[in-house]
Write a protein of this length. Sequence first.
Length: 113
Amino acid sequence: MTGDRRLVAWGDELIKLHDGFRRDLAALRAGLRGPGGGELRTHCLAFCDALHAHHEGEDATLFPHLAAGHPDLAEVLRRLGAEHRVVAGSWSASGGCWTRKGRGRASRTRWSG
């Protein structure tokens, strides 16, 4: 596979992965309106952990590799890294997807973004 075709394939995979994260987040949001708080809390934490690990991998490995081979992507990669920092900051500022209140009952923390 040529370098350009490999780059397109990586881009296609990133799009699929991000679409999957968006789909999972939409399902979590929909589930917040229904029963099953304890199970939903576990799913929310797992989702947030997976998203954080994904962003760390992109920032530490994928983006520097792409930037070295494709300087024309510098602005896009900078913007994506900035978006990752916004997500990480929102997670940190909110104390996580969930907090515990009362007698171990899970309650949702509202995200602003």
